[in-house]
Design a protein around this ligand. Structure first.
Ligand code: MSP
Length: 651
């Protein structure tokens, strides 16, 4: 954000494909990041689009008896409609068949050709039609099948004249740029992958295709017998989409891009071809190319041939748009692969959304309706409970900002869910139902007010992830219509006591709990969305003692930092610990006093079970359990290997 602005892009998707959760993931991720930046008052531009040239499109059009352009016009709708359904707020949708884009590509080609950075040569090599890539003998290492990740198709030998971009001359410069700009390729291990690739001599890049073989592309301005190689054309979308060569003021405003989000499979094109192309053009490089992992189905990749492609539309229809957005964002650790399963989806939905968030809202609404006719009271008598709660909320805001800026979105979301859980514990502890019974309106007013205040904060912080549901939640709180979508994180600290006097409305459930077959073996489980068909969850018979991964993940393991430890009088085996889990501070009672002194354990980063029902141990409340290994008389705490944040998920 050198110019103070935020410009984010997704890859432009092959227009031929049917969008699956992989495409939906990158686009939702870009959308969530764009929305967060807008909510922090940072000028933001979000670009997505479709990659429409090349052999696959030409072939599919021929098969359907359409011109390639007509074929693209038909298929692009799949993406546009899905993005609309998913509430994607892109500022522009670029198609590589847009006349402006084509003109920019031709201008760049002509300029590079005029400066002798593009030359003609005879080419001999093997070609993969599917990937539209040439390979040298070295790339193929003796084989004839395509070495691209996940391809493996037979390549064919080709001898032809073509145009080449003098990419090889930038090899040393690129290596140096990557080494001196650690933020350029993220996560860092991907930078190492590119550096590994650059250990071998970099060749020049073939940037043309003879029309005799492929006519569906941008014609080279200096030779009408050739069209431009589809990747050379496609990468340029990132600058043609923000005015390069057509609107200098716009280009200056948004370039260099803050983030090009890409999947790990298109790392080389983005971290080798693209920077060298920009260097040749004399254009600054994007600040960060961020490669995320893949959604896997079990241990397998998703692919049409395996028949395991997950269609976002099915999930949206069954569970709703926001639950789908939430799952994808909360479940994947940015940069790593993640496994998709409907069981994991339901589990997360039920734990986080139906139980934690949904229940907190239902409880406060019911109590406020019963005791105040739904009008949110002004807090009267405050205690340490409110001071602690305010502190939890206050700390969550910068932590969320940090998570966004550090591209640790799942961590930020986990922190917000910790605030929600702190809200539920606050209700348990302050027991407003008892306060109401005892007529303690001084305390009751505060408890209901602050619970609503947690929800208001959460609604702002989760709005970028679940825009529809957070608006619904805000409407229930009585926030005026005009302000429902006014969710600016930057305003959160300034707006105090805005809720008193608002009229809440009743709600059945913000997120209906989904019954799994384990809970209701004979009955079909109700769908989250009333109009939607129920999803099927099949009960699997497992050998005794074996659990599924989803059962394992019901246990929420988190890193925690021990802030304080003290002995409990009369209990020589127990220590009372104050631990920090992300933005939350909890009390834990642990049977470790014979192995660790309070001084030894203080400051350690340990692992705790974070979703254990609180219990009283020797009259002292324990909100969770720490993990330790025990062997006879020896006990050692389970910890993490080196310094680490608290609140991170373990598993
Ligand atoms: N058209 C090129 C990109 C050109 S960008 C200048 C392309 N298109 S694609 O439609 O095949 O892929 C788009 C993105 O989807 C890639 O980032 C790819 O990594 C991503 N995914 C494809 N399958 C995926 C998963 N299973 N999981 C996550 N993302 C995956 O490549």
């Amino acid at each position: 954000m050198e110019n103070g602005n935020f410009y984010i892009t997704t890859p432009i998707y092959y227009v031929n494909d049917r969008p699956h959760i992989g495409h939906a993931y990158t686009t939702i991720l870009a959308d969530v990041l764009a929305r967060y930046h807008r909510s922090l008052d940072i000028p933001t531009f979000f670009l997505t689009g479709t990659d429409e040239h090349g052999q696959k499109v030409q072939k599919a059009a021929e098969k359907n008896n359409l011109t390639p352009q007509a074929h693209c016009d038909e298929t692009v709708v799949r993406f546009k409609e899905l993005w609309q359904k998913l509430e994607i707020t892109n500022d522009k949708f670029i198609r590589t068949t847009d006349p402006v884009h084509k003109a920019v590509v031709r201008k760049i080609l002509q300029d590079l050709y005029d400066r002798d950075l593009i030359y003609k040569n005879e080419y001999k090599g093997r070609y993969c039609v599917h990937c539209e890539r040439f390979f040298t003998d070295k790339d193929l290492s003796g084989s004839t099948v395509c070495p691209e990740d996940g391809c493996g198709r037979e390549t064919s030998e080709i001898v032809e004249s073509n145009y080449f971009f003098r990419m090889s001359q930038y090899q040393d410069w690129l290596i140096d740029h990557i080494k001196t700009h650690p933020e350029f390729i993220q996560p860092a291990f991907r930078a190492n992958e590119t550096l590994g690739f650059l250990r071998n001599p970099l060749g020049d890049l073939c940037i043309s295709r003879p029309k005799s073989r492929l006519h569906w592309g941008i014609e080279l301005p200096f030779d009408s017998d050739f069209v431009c190689y589809v990747w050379f054309d496609a990468l340029i979308n990132y600058i043609s989409g923000v005015g390069y060569g057509t609107d200098e003021a716009m280009f200056k405003k948004w370039w260099p891009a803050s983030y090009h989000l890409i999947g790990k499979d298109i790392l080389t094109t983005h971290t080798v071809y693209w920077p060298t192309m920009l260097k040749a053009m004399g254009v600054e490089l994007p600040k960060t190319i961020f490669a995320h992992g893949w959604w896997m189905i079990g241990a397998e990749k998703m692919s049409k041939s395996r028949g395991n492609v997950v269609n976002p539309i099915d999930l949206i229809q069954t569970y709703g748009v926001d639950a789908f957005r939430y799952f994808l964002m909360a479940e994947m650790s940015l940069g790593q692969d993640a496994v998709f399963s409907e069981d994991a989806f339901i589990n997360r939905y039920n734990c986080d959304l139906a139980n934690d968030l949904g229940n907190l809202l239902s409880r406060v609404v019911k109590m406020t309706l019963r005791n105040y006719g739904g009008i949110i009271p002004t807090p009267q008598v405050e205690t340490d409970n409110e001071t602690d709660l305010k502190e939890i909320i206050r700390r969550a805001i910068p932590e969320m900002e940090e998570a966004i800026i550090g591209m640790k979105l799942e961590h930020g979301i986990a922190q917000i869910m910790n605030v929600v859980r702190a809200g539920n514990r606050y209700l348990e502890k302050t027991a407003p139902w008892t306060l109401a019974k005892n007529g303690d309106v001084g305390r009751l007013s505060s408890v209901l007010y602050y619970t609503a205040e947690i929800l208001r904060n959460v609604s702002v912080m989760l709005y970028p992830v679940m825009p529809q549901k957070m608006v619904e939640l805000r409407r229930v709180l009585g926030i005026p219509e005009g302000e429902l979508e006014n969710c600016r994180i930057s305003d959160l600290n300034n707006k105090q006591n805005v809720l008193s006097g608002l009229q809440m409305t009743d709600i059945d459930a913000l997120f209906l709990r989904i019954k799994t077959e384990e809970e209701a073996p004979a009955a079909a489980k109700p769908a989250a969305d009333k109009s939607a068909k129920p999803a099927e969850v099949k009960a699997e018979v497992l050998p005794e003692g074996i659990i599924t991964i989803d059962e394992f993940f019901k246990t929420q393991l988190r890193t925690a930092k021990v802030l304080k430890a003290e002995r409990i009088e009369g209990a020589d085996k127990l220590l009372k610990l104050q631990i920090e889990i992300g933005s939350e501070v909890r009390q834990l009672v642990a049977g470790v006093a014979q192995y660790y002194t309070p001084e030894e354990i203080t400051g350690k980063t340990i692992v705790v079970v974070a979703n254990l029902k609180p219990a009283k141990i020797r009259g002292v409340e324990s909100q969770g359990m720490l993990l330790a290994a025990k062997d006879g008389k020896d006990l050692k705490l389970i910890s993490v290997d080196g310094p680490f944040v608290s609140g991170a998920s373990v598993g």
